[in-house]
Structure formats: C-alpha cells, structure tokens
Design a protein. Sequence first.
Length: 294
Amino acid sequence: MNLDVEHLQTLLAVVDAGSFDDASIDMGITASAVSQRIKALENRVGAVLLVRSRPVVPTEQGTRILRYARQMTALSAEFSHELSRSGTQRLSIGVNADSLATWFAPVLAQLAQWSEISLEILRTDENISLDLLRSGRASAVVTNSAVPAQGCTAKKLGSMRYYAVAAPNIVEEYFRGSTAQNFIDAPMVLFDREDPLQHHMLEQLGLETAKLNGRVCMIPDSWQFVHAIQSGIGWGMVPEQQLKGSNGLVKLNERWHIDVPLFLQRWSLQSKLLQRLESTLVTAARESGLDLLA
C-alpha cells in the first residue's frame, strides 16, 4: 500500500500538536486542509486513525501508521542530510529517570556535539518505555525488557544495582539488628505509584507488603528522592552510582540489593544515526560499570 507522504506528515503534525487547529498553525495551512488530508489518509487505509478528542488520540491502527510515518521521516531526514550536509534529524530517546541521573549524563554531553540532530529526551519508566517505541513516539528507549518489540532490536547495556538505604536516624529507630522484620514498621519512600523496587525488595525478603505499618511517601525525581531519604523521611532503593556522592546514607544490609537489567531497544532500521547511538550508549554503559553486573 502506497501512502501519501504529505498525508503522513500531516498525521504526525496533528498528533504532535494535539489538535487539527494547532497542527494547521504549525504547518502554515488551514484547519480544513489538515482535516481533508487526514480524511484522505483514513480512506486510503480503510480505518479511523485518530480519536477526535483534545488532545487527539491515535487509534490502534493509527498507532501503527504513526510508527511507520516516524520511521520513514527519520530515514528521509538522514538521507537528505547525507546528500546536502544541512538540516537536522529528529532523535527521540526514552530514558528512565535513574539512568538520566547517573550513567546517561555523559551521553548527553556527547549528543550535544552531534550538530545534525534535534534531540528529544523522553523521561519514562523502564518498565513501560516500550510503549514509546510501539507508538513511534521514540526511535530508541532504555528498558528492562530483553524481548525486542515488533520491528525493533535489543542490546544488553548492563544492570543497575539498587541498595536499600536510609538516613542514620531511620536506621537507629527502625533497623537495629538489620533483620527483615524491621521493614514492617519503617517508613518507606517510593518514586511514584509505578515504582516496584521497594516492594520487590520486600518480597525478596519474604515479607508481605499488605502487612506493612509504616507510612509511604512518593518523590518523583531521582535526586530529590535521594535527598528525601537523606532527610530521614524513610528508607528506599537507591542506585549504587548515586550512593557515591550521597553523604549520610547508610546501606541497611550489603545483601539487600536488587539488580535491574537495562537494554537498549531501537527501531530495526539501517540507520547510521541509530547505529551510532547504540554504539555510544554501549560504550557509556561499559565506562560507567553497568556491564560488570551483566
């Protein structure tokens, strides 16, 4: 099936802008023209591609077409850049907050030197980052899944080790003797409601989370999460790399840790840009020591 490039670009514009009206402004055409192009594309595909809400939401079929459109646009931009050595290519990468706060920082310094790209970092949870690939929102993600998403490749980066830690006052009050039962009454800090690490640690120690009595606080920022634990709000799971610069945090037990595997998944395209990105991330992961736990 041949799809009109102009119609595909319009679909991308509508989804990125969130509405037909905003897309028309971005594209410099009328809202009516935008609507006609989307309708023509839907007629060509034989399915509704967008739910006309605000913001618009792609349907299941729309998500497939979006992914194709973004891949086609990426390859076209890369080819055009190779021919003319001008313009920029869009590079969207989904990265979890803890990686951004630790080993990924040197990657940003390198990407800043890539003058041919317009960079977009999408902060996401490593448990759900594959949704960004499936929707076409990102061309590469850092994830804990080793199983490649459809149309993607997976490369092992290594593992991040998280330790159960707390401030000295929390250790003194709740963790004398360093036994698993100490967790029952101790206050706990989570990144957000989707953060599974603390509960995984408790399950690893044979504790039922439903029987916990301590309060739970949620701090959805990697460095503020660490700062909150330093301040004595409760115990939490912190990456080993962040512990190196975090004074006042005490490991509750050297054995109480969890290793989270990390993989780079990217579109399976013959793209020099994505191949270069993969090489850069693998090198950064190795230099940070992630591969030592692989």
